[in-house]
Design a protein around this ligand. Structure first.
Ligand code: NAD
Ligand code: UFG
Length: 341
């Protein structure tokens, strides 16, 4: 049965959340947002409205705030939750593990409690390829082992997956989807929303676009002595709009009935750091100065998905390639050199 009521989107003003809110609106859903703005700006909401013509009902609140969450569930009839809210910086999680456990696991616990109290049965959870740790083989399939991870951020994702899997066993009336994202990049083709990291970016694509726009002098390529075709690490870069659409397809799957599903959301294509930098330069006709720097601690040589399961079960197939990603990332950055202000 199709969801007729609202979809609660936690972290809906963030990078993936804002793109997913657009996809939800385009597909006839009624998203409502809860976000504490610890890593987002209210301008994201204005941009969502500009793109979609709809200004979703938005609560500026922490998902760990039980009273506020009670109010949200009382005021809105909710069919399903998409749970993006969380902290995601691997390095910071090593420095401040408690913050990560409190925020990521604490918010999930409150959310699940309120869902139970209000009879909301369906949840889509933002997990990550990081749960696979250093994979023994690529491409990675969903049945590959998870849990051997090396930082608190990844561990929060593993723990939440375990909680959700236990709940699914205990209560077969629940609809639970765990989505393991690979490396989201790109931006909405309008250039109105995109990734807006605070401070110096940790991730490759925002670093590249900030070099392109002149905010940073050059890219450090972390290591060129990995056992890969050009010595740099391989990742599976997926356009954020493809990822957003994956959430709509997942909701449609949950509409068919309860159960637990786990999907890799990637492109099934591995790209090296240097291939991505070269694709960016070619797509946008810009030179990115770079130098080879030492390896970054904790990086794994190769990580890319086998996405056959998501294709077979929900029809998930990417529409954007790496060139589209590079074009849209740059379009976003050059139109918003200082991000969302
Ligand atoms: P993001 O930081 O842009 O979005 C997360 C949003 O959640 C932010 O707007 C933030 O303000 C909000 N938030 C955080 N804690 C909150 C809380 N306790 N209560 C209310 N709001 C809160 O990150 P993103 O890239 O959009 O990632 C979304 C989700 O996907 C995260 O759970 C992340 O771990 C996961 N993920 C991201 C990536 C990636 O590379 N971007 C990869 C795999 C998984
Ligand atoms: N890299 C550089 N220079 C930079 C930044 C990154 O060479 O300035 C390299 C990294 O060494 C790595 C590749 O680019 O080889 C990708 O790095 P990212 O930081 O963009 O992405 P990761 O694969 O390390 O991690 C990301 C998210 C994690 C998530 C993981 C899997 O940051 O939170 O994808 O989903 F868990």
């Amino acid at each position: 049965m199709a969801f007729k009521n609202k979809i609660l989107v936690t972290g809906g003003l963030g990078y993936i959340g804002s793109h997913t809110v657009i996809s939800l609106i385009e597909n006839g859903y009624d998203p409502i947002i809860v976000d504490n703005m610890c890593n987002s700006k209210i301008e994201a909401l204005n941009r969502i409205e500009k793109i979609s013509g709809v200004r979703p009902n938005t609560y500026i609140a922490d998902v760990r705030d039980e009273e506020k969450m009670e109010q949200i569930f009382k005021e809105n009839k909710i069919d399903a939750v998409i749970h993006f809210a969380g902290l995601k910086a691997v390095g910071e999680s090593v420095q401040k593990p408690k913050l990560y456990y409190d925020n990521n696991i604490g918010s999930t616990e409150v959310l699940l409690k309120k869902m139970k109290e209000h009879g909301v049965k369906n949840i889509v959870f933002s997990s990550s390829a990081t749960v696979y740790g250093n994979p023994k083989k690529v491409p990675i399939v969903e049945s590959d082992p998870i849990g051997e991870v090396t930082n608190p951020y990844a561990d929060t994702k593993v723990q939440i997956e375990y909680i959700l899997q236990a709940l699914a066993k205990q209560d077969p009336s629940l609809g639970i989807a765990i989505l393991r994202y690979f490396n989201p990049i790109g931006a909405h083709p309008s250039g109105l929303i995109g990734e807006d990291p605070r401070g110096i970016p940790n991730n490759l694509m925002p670093y590249v676009t900030q070099v392109a726009v002149g905010k940073l002098p050059e890219l450090n390529v972390f290591g060129n002595d990995y056992p890969t075709r050009d010595g740099t690490c391989i990742r599976d870069y997926i356009h954020v709009c493809d990822l957003a659409r994956g959430h709509v397809l997942t909701l449609k799957k949950l509409e068919q009935g309860p159960g637990l599903v786990i999907y890799n959301l990637g492109t099934s294509v591995g790209t090296t750091v240097l291939e991505l930098v070269n694709a960016f330069m070619k797509a946008n006709n810009i030179t990115i100065p770079y130098k080879i720097a030492p390896r970054r601690a904790g990086d794994i040589p190769e990580c890319y998905a086998n996405c056959d399961k998501a294709y077979k079960e929900i029809g998930f197939k990417t529409q954007y390639n790496i060139v589209d990603c590079c074009r849209d990332s740059w379009n976003w950055q050059k139109k918003n050199p200082n991000g969302l202000n």
